[in-house]
Design a binder for this molecule. Structure first.
Ligand code: KIV
Ligand code: ZN
Length: 510
C-alpha cells in the first residue's frame, strides 16, 4: 500500500473565500489542530500577500513542529524570497511556487508565450531550491492546459529540482474520468515522473472536487490538496474530511493509506467554522450536524438492529461524540484550563484566562451544560476585547401586530453611546440601531443562525457578512439569546472592517 500525502490549504486557499481571513492567533490554533490531526503538509499562507500573512506563517512555523509548513509563492523573486524568510524557523519547510499553463491564462493573464512560461517555471523552481530543500511546482489551470505543454513544463520543473508536481483544476472544470485519465497520462508520458510525487488540487465549481481528487488517486496521484469543510476560493476546494473518509471507507478500491487521525476531524471542522464565520451546512458530508442523524423511522429501526444497514462509517471515528465532555456551573478553574489545553487554546496571560473563565461562569448560569463548541465561541468573543465597538446592553421588543424595536448601548472606543430603532424584526431593528451609532454604510450580504449545540438552551451562533467599499468580512456572535448573538456578530464584523487586512491575491497577475 502506498502513502497518500494530505496537504491542507485551509489557511491559504481557504482563506481566499470572501471574508474568511484569519489572524495570526487563529492560524496558530488551526495549525496546531491540523498537526494534531497528523496532516502531512500545512500551507499556512502566501507570505508575499501582506505583512500579516508573513507574520502568520512565521508564527505557525514556530508553533507546529510535526507537519511540514508551506508558503505559496508566484514564480517571481520577491515572492519566493519572502516565502523562504517566513519559513526560516520551520522544522520542515516547503515552497510552493506556481505559474499558469493554460492557453487562456498564458495569453490573457500572464501575456507570456509558452516558451517564456517554461523558462520562468524552471527559474522559479531553481531559485526556491536554493533556499529550501522541498519545492512544489503547480501548473495553474492545469485542468484546461494542453497535455503536450503540461508534459513539457513538468519535465523541466522536475529537472530543475521540484519534488512535488501539483495539477490544479483551478476553475473546477474537470470531470472525474477525464481528470483521472489525465493524471495517468502525465505519469506515463513524462520521462522523469518517477522523480516527483504527483499531487492534485481540485476546486468545486461543478461539485466534483472530491470526486476528481479520488479519481486522481485511483490513477496514481499521491498527494491531495484539500481544506477543512471544503473552504476555498468560490465554491471551495476538495474537503479534507471527505477525501480522507473516501479512501478509508472504500479501502477495497484505493490502494493507499494516509496518516490522518480521523477523530480530530469534527472538532477541527467546528474550530475552522467558528474562526472564519463560515457555518457548516447541516447536510454536509462527515461534519454536518445531520451527517449521522437518522430521521426516518425505517432507517432508525435498521440502524438499531444492525448498524451497517444504513451506516457506512462510525460517527465516533470522525470525532462526533469525542466532544461530549461537558463543563458546568460547578466546574473549577483547573478543569476549565485542562479542557482549553485539550482544545489547543493557549492563553497569553493569566489575566486573559481569568476573563474567559469569568465569562464561562456567566454562561454556565444561563446554560446547564457547556460544550467544547461553547468554549470555542467564548474564546473568540473574549479575544475581541480591544475592539473599537463593544456591545454593552441590548433590549429588544417584539409583539404580534407591532413594529419590533431595539435599544442598545455600544461602547465606542470606551465611550458609551445609546441608540434606538424599529425594524422588520428584532434583529433588523438591532442592526439599524447599531448603524445609527457606527454609520458604516456596510451592506449585509449574508446572515445565518445555527444552534451551536443541541437543546433549546443552546447558544445561537450567528454569522453576518458585511461588505464595505469592496471589502468583505464575516462576523460571528454567540449567545443564548439570538438577537444578542446577531448584534454581537454585526459588531464583530464592524470591528473586522476596522483592521487593515489588505492583501495581494496570489492568482492576480504579478
Ligand atoms: O487553484 C489553484 O490553481 C491554486 C494554485 C495557486 C495552486 O490555488
Ligand atoms: Zn486553488
Amino acid at each position: 500500500m502506498s502513502q497518500l500525502i494530505i496537504f491542507d490549504t485551509t489557511m491559504r486557499d481557504g482563506e481566499q473565500s470572501p471574508g474568511a481571513s484569519m489572524n495570526k492567533d487563529e492560524k496558530v490554533r488551526i495549525g496546531k489542530a491540523l498537526e494534531k490531526m497528523k496532516v502531512d503538509i500545512i500551507e499556512a499562507g502566501f507570505a508575499a500577500a501582506s505583512p500579516g500573512d508573513f507574520e502568520s506563517i512565521v508564527a505557525v512555523a514556530q508553533a507546529v513542529k510535526e507537519s511540514t509548513i508551506c508558503s505559496l509563492a508566484r514564480a517571481v523573486d520577491g515572492d519566493i524570497d519572502r516565502a523562504a524568510q517566513a519559513l526560516k524557523h520551520a522544522e520542515r519547510s516547503r515552497i510552493h511556487t506556481f505559474i499558469a499553463t493554460s492557453p487562456i491564462h498564458m495569453e490573457h493573464k500572464l501575456r507570456m508565450s509558452p516558451d517564456q512560461v517554461v523558462e520562468r517555471a524552471v527559474y522559479a523552481v531553481k531559485r526556491a531550491r536554493n533556499l529550501v530543500a522541498d519545492v512544489e511546482f503547480s501548473c495553474e489551470d492545469a485542468g484546461r492546459s494542453d497535455m503536450d505543454f503540461l508534459c513539457r513544463v513538468i519535465e523541466a520543473a522536475i529537472d530543475a529540482g521540484a519534488s512535488t508536481i501539483n495539477i490544479p483544476d483551478t476553475v473546477g472544470y474537470a470531470i472525474p474520468e477525464e481528470f483521472g485519465h489525465n493524471i495517468r497520462t502525465l505519469l506515463e508520458r513524462i520521462p522523469n515522473s518517477d522523480k516527483a510525487i504527483f499531487s492534485v488540487h481540485c476546486h468545486n465549481d461543478l461539485g466534483l472536487a472530491v470526486a476528481n481528487s479520488l479519481a486522481a488517486v485511483a490513477n496514481g496521484a499521491r498527494q491531495v490538496e484539500c481544506t477543512i469543510n471544503g473552504l476555498g476560493e468560490r465554491a471551495g476546494n476538495a474537503a479534507l474530511e471527505e477525501v480522507v473518509m473516501g479512501i478509508r471507507t472504500r479501502s477495497d478500491l484505493f490502494d493507499v493509506t494516509c496518516n490522518i487521525d480521523t477523530q480530530i476531524i469534527v472538532p477541527t471542522s467546528r474550530m475552522v467554522s467558528s474562526i472564519t464565520g463560515f457555518p457548516v451546512q447541516p447536510n454536509k458530508a462527515i461534519v454536518g450536524a445531520n451527517a449521522f442523524a437518522h430521521e426516518a423511522g425505517i432507517h432508525q429501526d435498521g440502524v438499531l438492529k444492525h448498524r451497517e444497514t444504513y451506516e457506512i462509517m462510525r460517527a465516533e471515528d470522525v470525532g462526533w461524540g469525542a466532544n461530549k465532555m461537558v463543563l458546568g456551573k460547578h466546574s473549577g478553574r483547573a478543569a476549565f484550563r485542562a479542557r482549553m489545553d485539550e482544545l489547543g487554546i493557549a492563553f497569553d496571560s493569566d489575566q486573559e484566562l481569568n476573563v474567559v473563565f469569568t465569562r464561562f461562569k456567566e454562561l454556565a448560569d444561563k446554560k446547564h451544560d457547556i460544550f467544547d463548541e461553547d468554549l470555542q465561541a467564548l474564546v473568540s468573543a473574549t479575544r475581541s476585547i480591544d475592539d473599537k465597538y463593544q456591545l454593552v446592553t441590548l433590549e429588544a421588543h417584539s409583539q404580534t401586530g407591532e413594529t419590533p424595536t431595539a435599544e442598545l448601548t455600544l461602547a465606542v472606543m470606551g465611550k458609551e453611546v445609546t441608540a434606538r430603532s424599529g425594524g422588520s424584526g428584532p434583529v433588523d431593528a438591532a442592526f439599524k440601531a447599531i448603524e445609527e451609532v457606527a454609520k458604516s454604510a456596510a451592506s449585509v450580504q449574508l446572515y445565518s443562525v445555527n444552534a451551536i449545540t443541541s437543546g433549546t438552551d443552546s447558544q445561537g451562533e450567528v454569522s453576518v457578512r458585511l461588505e464595505q467599499a469592496g471589502r468583505i468580512v464575516n462576523g460571528l456572535g454567540a449567545d443564548t439569546d439570538i438577537v444578542v448573538a446577531s448584534a454581537k456578530a454585526y459588531i464583530n464584523a464592524l470591528n473586522l472592517l476596522q483592521g487593515d487586512n489588505l492583501k495581494a491575491h496570489p492568482q492576480a497577475s504579478v
